[in-house]
Design a protein around this ligand. Structure first.
Ligand code: TXA
Ligand code: MG
Length: 311
């Protein structure tokens, strides 16, 4: 573990450091230093065509790194920044192809974590930061998770447990009239529509699938297999077939020896979810059983994560 001051020095030198954000921990590097950006891809074993998002600490940086910004974007940044919203915008030449995987757009987010903001401000440049996990694995929500993932390869700034617990909502805002949710997070479609008013249309399906945006079928996944269940009968069947299972549920009817009862509301559930998947993975169980999530707008992001983790 290192202090924010030390992290700033390391990042200025081109090192990669794990930092807390309100969503999940990020594996951060100075976007103006190609070697640092390269190192992020190497550490994560991430394909280089899978673009990184950049994290800013003030709104002047938005104009330095994005251009042709649609008018409605101001409504979104006013409503949700600093916070768990990433905007895809047309990039300026200041953003290297390395960061964007050769695309002409860039993902930008102003995180709401005081330590993240302090570090970005101290470095004086945006930080590229994907979630601080190996490619395809569960995102880390504590400093210990990052250490479990990378050992002593990466210094970590400990900012406590992440308040949101799942990755940011990604909105493609490259079109002047229509914006599109590429990945749901804590900020849902209803909140975005409310912020937009009549200034732009919101669609919930990507217009094309050229862009990669957490859109791999399998992602956010523990090493052990996840089985979904809805009824006690389903659960018994999984138990009979798999032997010892770790049961993650929210309803009261599924008390089991090994497992965890998550919160019944999506915000608190999100805060617990990745940590519990990691505990399940580390347990002696052979498989993980997760109760299917409720319908309803508040659960969209979590249903997406669970679907990808259980593919
Ligand atoms: O909450 C978060 O967003 C966290 C914290 C650390 O900020 N970061 C995060 O980064 O989840 P990552 O790399 O794990 O996920 C970002 C997603 C990736 O699926 C990437 O493909 C997509 O954003 N992305 C980045 N730039 C993009 C672009 N120009 N166009 C479309 N998708 C993009
Ligand atoms: Mg990730």
């Amino acid at each position: 573990m290192i202090s924010s001051e030390k992290a700033i020095l390391q990042l200025k030198k081109g090192e990669v450091v794990a930092i807390p954000t309100e969503t999940v921990y990020g594996l951060a590097g100075n976007i103006l230093m190609d070697a640092a950006v390269q190192k992020i891809f190497t550490l994560k074993s991430r394909p280089t065509n899978h673009p990184l998002i950049i994290h800013i600490s003030n709104s002047e940086q938005l104009k330095l790194y994005a251009q042709d910004i649609p008018a409605y974007v101001e409504l979104l940044t006013k409503a949700f920044w600093p916070g768990p919203m990433t905007l895809i915008l047309k990039k300026t030449d200041r953003v290297s192809d390395l960061v964007t995987g050769g695309q002409d757009s860039v993902g930008i987010r102003m995180p709401a974590h005081p330590i993240a903001l302090e570090i970005i401000e101290g470095v004086g440049a945006p930080l590229a930061a994907p979630s601080a996990n190996l490619f395809g694995h569960v995102s880390p929500t504590t400093a210990q998770h990052v250490i479990d993932e990378f050992g002593n390869q990466v210094p970590v700034v400990d900012g406590g447990a992440c308040h949101v617990g799942i990755e940011s909502t990604i909105i493609d805002a490259t079109d002047p009239k229509v914006c599109c949710i590429l990945r749901e997070g804590d900020i849902n479609a209803a909140a975005i529509k409310k912020a937009l008013g009549s200034s732009a249309q919101l669609i919930e399906k990507p217009i094309d699938d050229k862009r990669v945006s957490g859109n791999l079928k399998k992602h956010y996944a523990p090493r052990k297999k996840i089985f979904l269940f809805s009824t006690l009968n389903d659960l018994k069947k999984i138990q009979a077939e798999q032997g010892s299972i770790f049961v993650l549920h929210y309803a009261d009817d599924f008390k089991t020896e090994l497992g965890f009862q998550c919160a019944k509301n999506p915000r608190d559930y999100a805060r617990q979810f990745y940590h519990q998947l990691r505990l399940a993975d580390a347990s002696a169980c052979t498989a993980i059983a997760v109760q299917s999530l409720p319908d309803g707008l508040g659960w969209v992001a979590l249903r997406d994560r669970l679907a990808k983790a259980s593919t």
